[in-house]
Design a protein around this ligand. Structure first.
Ligand SMILES: Cc1cc2nc3c(=O)[nH]c(=O)nc-3n(C[C@H](O)[C@H](O)[C@H](O)COP(=O)(O)OP(=O)(O)OC[C@H]3O[C@@H](n4cnc5c(N)ncnc54)[C@H](O)[C@@H]3O)c2cc1C
Length: 314
């Protein structure tokens, strides 16, 4: 049995931020995550000297300047240098109707790219000496304390924090079941590292509407030394296609955007499965769980990274 005053399930960026804030106020804290590596859906990979984000993330700013100022300052307080800028982005429905919206949209650019978010937060967790244990929490019950049954060990804590996409079906509070049932979703990306060159104006981000005809709905491009890394999200209707078919379609898609592929150095299909909970579900569940457990278990908001960072009061 492992005992800690505070336990956080999950290690997505917001779980790490939560742990850092508690660690900085000298609270005893333990992080438990069942994943192969930390980061939740923000998985990082490395190939040929390039660090890249397997989830193909895009941080959207707020409408109000005052919130964006708070957001950039929150990043700064975490040791992350970020700025609000225009993306080199293309937002459209069809490839043959290219419109450059770069000047109309803003996004949050992070120094060193998005992989740097997880790295910086993880370094901070290590500096603060916060342990991260690998375990799958199978059930949670609350009486005077909170008990967790894991695949490897059991745990006890005074305060438990669970993320919005916590993979649990129910929590037992004073003998009563609180249902956490929800559907699973998977997010699929193809990562293609290629040698080649652009023979058309190109962008860093492409947002497309998926259809029967178009297989992909989002693309990010990272430029390395004499190579490019394409991270392409597979649209909902096309997730059952085989790896071979998707890689072939992705190569054709890149060529259609004006990239002449000389050689594919590496390709990978990344699938991230998570229990999907809507904004409304999370908001209602937060209140219900807090009330039923007498504040001993809190679901903290992780659904949207920028919003969650502002709510975390960094
Ligand atoms: C595919 C995807 C893409 C996204 N893209 C963007 C984006 O581009 N921009 C943006 O602002 N936000 C984006 N988000 C929002 C996203 O909600 C947050 O950025 C954040 O990663 C979600 O955090 P989370 O902890 O709820 O879920 P996850 O990132 O899924 O992390 C949950 C973590 O908890 C662990 N875990 C869950 N249950 C258990 C258990 N029972 N026992 C032990 N460990 C457990 C998992 O292993 C995982 O590491 C995206 C979310 C997803 C899922």
């Amino acid at each position: 049995m492992t005992i800690s005053q505070n336990i956080i399930i999950g290690s997505s960026p917001i779980s790490l931020v939560k742990a850092i804030l508690m660690g900085r106020s000298n609270k005893e804290i333990l992080i438990i995550d069942k994943g192969k590596s930390i980061g939740g859906c923000w998985q990082i990979s490395q190939h040929s000297g390039m660090n890249f984000d397997l989830g193909c993330h895009f941080l959207v700013p707020f409408e109000a300047d005052v919130d964006n100022i708070k957001l950039i300052s929150a990043f700064k307080n975490l040791g992350i240098s970020a700025e609000l800028t225009n993306p080199k982005a293309y937002f459209d429905r069809k490839i043959d109707e290219i419109k450059d919206y770069s000047r109309d949209y803003k996004y949050i650019k992070v120094e060193g790219g998005y992989p740097n978010i997880i790295k910086t937060l993880h370094d901070c967790i290590l500096d603060l000496g916060i342990p991260i244990l690998k375990d799958n929490i199978l059930s949670i019950s609350v009486d005077n304390e909170v008990s967790l049954i894991g695949e490897r060990k059991d745990y006890k804590t005074e305060n438990l924090f669970i993320p919005s996409y916590c993979d649990l079906r129910k929590i037992e509070v004073h003998g009563k079941n609180i249902d956490l049932e929800c559907p699973y979703q998977d997010s699929q990306h193809l990562v293609i590292l290629a040698k080649g060159l652009w023979n058309k104006k190109h962008y860093d981000y492409y947002f497309l509407n998926e259809s029967d005809k178009f297989t992909f709905d989002k693309l990010t491009v990272h430029e390395g030394h004499e190579k490019h890394l394409f991270n392409i999200r597979v649209g909902k209707k096309h997730k059952l296609k085989s790896d071979e078919e998707l890689i072939k379609l992705a190569s054709d898609f890149i060529k259609e955007l004006g990239y002449e592929i000389k050689k594919i150095i590496y390709s990978e299909r990344h699938i991230y499965e998570f229990p999907y909970r809507s904004e409304l579900y999370v908001r209602n569940f937060q209140k219900n769980l807090d009330h039923e457990s007498g504040g001993k278990i809190k679901m903290f908001y992780t659904r949207n990274f920028t919003k969650a960072l502002l709510e975390a009061n960094v």
